[in-house]
Design a protein around this ligand. Sequence first.
Ligand code: ATP
Length: 387
Amino acid sequence: MSNEIQQFRQPATDSSPRFEQDTRTDERQTGDAVLRLQNVTKRFGGATAVSGLDLTVRDGELLTLLGPSGCGKTTTLRMIAGLESPSEGRIRVGDTTVAGIDGFTSPENRDVGLVFQEFALFPHLTVAENIAFGLDGSDTERVEMLLDLVGLTGYGDRSPTDLSGGERQRVALARSLAPEPDVLLLDEPFSNLDVRLRVEMREEVRRILKETGVTAVSVTHDQEEAMSISDRVAVMYDGQLEQVDTPERVFQQPRSRFVASFLGHASFVSGRVDGDTVESGLGPISRASVDGLATQYDGTRVDVMLRPDDVVARPAREAEANGRAVHRRFLGPTVLYRVELDSGDTVGCMHNHDTEIPLNEPLRVELDVGHDLAWFPSDADRTADSE
Ligand code: ATP
């Protein structure tokens, strides 16, 4: 593991009071557990791909496994599907153990459906025949109902080869939903679609899953996709779960610097806890706006996490300036500036595209937040900005 990665990883298991009530798996969700992974580990030869995973997915929930390439997402999905068997641990679907010390249920005997990246439709069968494939006997009424559900009424007699990417994905989804699986697994379901269609299909797939009420687990390395479709996001790194929580909480209250940085741009501003404030290079930050900063941190240094929209910069006279923009990245609707503070910290600062901030000129940089800020115990050796 590289030094940079270790720096991110260390605070994940922070023993500070702020994390005492947090469980790595957010068990506050209600509803019956439909899928349960208990201490699941997968080794390939000497290499551990997935390590000690505990995860519960509840009835009707859409949970997304999110993480960088090689973190073990697909292996986890394949173990749930029965395409791989765990080296250790147990997987339960409903009340049935499908993998574990007491046995292994083959994929076709699990009530689990799988939507592949490439959709895997049979080109020699019609759309209706593809959908009916997993059903016992032909059930025309159900096929028609599914075509209607996925917005393809009247497409039953077509060949999948005559369909657009988005339409093929709808057919693949309908086919996987046809046998009414207890759990539907989606492996990078949008990766074969162009950017515009991807955004449209995210909404569509979520609508369809919610309409059927199926419990679903999806896999992606795209944080925007994970946050936009999921009820909960399970962030993985190096075979382990870093945090399982609602999209809002993983974004606003990340449990580790890795999660903070993977879920979007994150800057870390160093400050000293002093009474009701944290004294930082951006001036005093009200302690009340720093999420759960316990008294044990009085007098210590902490790193407050900031998103680019938490910070505003404006040109200022030298006397009141506290930083300079050193880099500008045009993103279309917005511009992301990298601002070096006089304190030595670097922060990302987002402005509307029509607001021009001069580079290398004195700036007054201030906080502009309406929510609690996440923080991490300070580590002088750690790099300050994740860009
Ligand atoms: P990606 O987003 O690139 O698909 P991932 O998060 O899905 O990545 P996995 O495919 O689960 O990651 O792989 C996790 C680790 O296990 C990787 O190091 C990978 O090389 C390894 N791995 C996966 N499948 C096998 C296999 N059949 N044999 C050996 N190693 C494997």
